[in-house]
Design a protein around this ligand. Structure first.
Ligand code: SF4
Ligand code: SF4
Length: 354
């Protein structure tokens, strides 16, 4: 089976770490390829067959019964929709340099939401995974000490978090998943009573479902219910910097994910969004911070660095195919060879008040 086939293993085991380059298809191919891809994507969307992007809001917890067993029982929330594509298109226009110079940047770092990437382990191998779990698989986990440090800082500074999402990878595959959830529940009961804690899962495999079943009822579950069929994804590995369309873009603007999903805490540290941490894992800039960014920080340098490489910036047609632009192709090859794809940039400094 190809590395790009979805593999819902019965026991929920992690997918093996295999060569991710076996069947890469470059989306910057011929016009004919592009035309058929676009036409096909548009037809599917017009027919209301849009499917979910990786690990974005999916479903609420089942009101009764076990949540692992209830996987598949509730309505599927679709993330790739005509409305969202329209928003992405507006976003691409709004982030043009002349508009950001005139009207200001449209997105700010969230002070309400944070996403915690518990692990980069995953039991599936989706094409265009925005954590590179397929393209560059690794068993890398967030230590519990980082969650404890996050709780200490949040409590000491009275951070008004409204929602914490646990993601990955597949977060339930973290070796200390239950302990991580318990830490966050303790934080909620002592310092932040209104906090929502949400586990975002692919819901695939018996092991994953068992862990979901054991979750306390006050933890929300958003389940993408992925299976053997490849979903429509945004082409995450099409770097905007490789495309003429983005020549005049202000990459430090970020995207809607800043506001909708929030700051990212990843195994490599804090980033403006969790996707940026996953990009840094491959490129090796070493920009992860050990402390939460202060309120008012913009992290513009980080955004300028990561958004130019991120397929979530601006607008792209969703696809079922694996897409890879030259910058990402080179980055994965360097990663495979154990080399950083870019020289390390200086450690970030506080930019409060900029
Ligand atoms: S992290 Fe999500 S998108 Fe990536 S391979 Fe796993 S299930 Fe698929
Ligand atoms: S790195 Fe990607 S997901 Fe994060 S703000 Fe930039 S474009 Fe959005």
């Amino acid at each position: 089976m190809s590395v790009f086939d979805l593999e819902g293993r019965p026991d929920g085991a992690e997918a093996p770490l295999r060569d991710p380059f076996t069947r890469w298809t470059n989306c910057c191919g011929t016009w004919e390829n592009a035309r058929s891809r676009w036409t096909g994507s548009f037809s599917r969307l017009s027919a209301g067959l849009g499917a979910k992007a990786p690990h974005l809001p999916i479903h609420s917890a089942s009101p009764s019964g076990s949540r692992g067993a209830s996987v598949g029982a509730s309505a599927i929330h679709r993330n790739v929709t005509v409305r969202r594509l329209a928003l992405d298109f507006c976003q691409a226009l709004r982030c043009q340099r002349f508009l950001t110079a005139w009207l200001g940047r449209p997105y700010r770092l969230s002070q309400r939401y944070i996403e915690i990437d518990l692990t980069y382990r995953c039991n599936l191998r989706c094409r265009n995974c925005n954590r590179s779990c397929t393209q560059a698989p690794i068993r890398m986990d967030l230590p519990l000490t980082r969650i404890e440090a996050f709780i200490r800082q949040s409590t000491a500074e009275g951070r008004p978090w409204e929602r914490i999402r646990l993601l990955g990878g597949e977060p339930t595959l973290h070796p200390e998943f239950a302990e991580a959830v318990a830490l966050l529940r303790g934080y909620r009961s002592h310092a932040n009573h209104g906090l929502r804690i949400v586990v975002c899962t692919n819901g695939s495999g018996a092991r994953v479902r068992r862990r979901l079943d054991r979750l306390p009822r006050d933890i929300e579950v958003k389940n993408t219910r992925k299976g053997p069929r490849q979903r429509l994804f945004r082409p995450f590995n099409l770097a905007p910097m490789d495309r003429a369309l983005y020549r005049w873009s202000d990459f430090s603007s970020g995207c809607r994910i800043l506001a909708d999903c929030g700051i990212g805490l990843t195994p490599l540290g804090y980033y403006p969004c969790a996707v940026a941490g996953a990009i840094d894992r491959i490129f090796g800039f070493g920009r992860g911070r050990s402390q939460l960014p202060a309120p008012g920080e913009t992290m513009r340098e980080d955004l300028a660095l990561f958004c130019r490489r991120c397929g979530h910036f601006g607008f792209s047609w969703p696809t079922h195919r694996a897409c890879l632009s030259p910058t990402w192709r080179a980055a994965y090859q360097c990663y495979e060879n154990g080399l950083p794809s870019r020289p390390s940039s200086p450690k970030p400094e506080s930019d409060a008040g900029r």
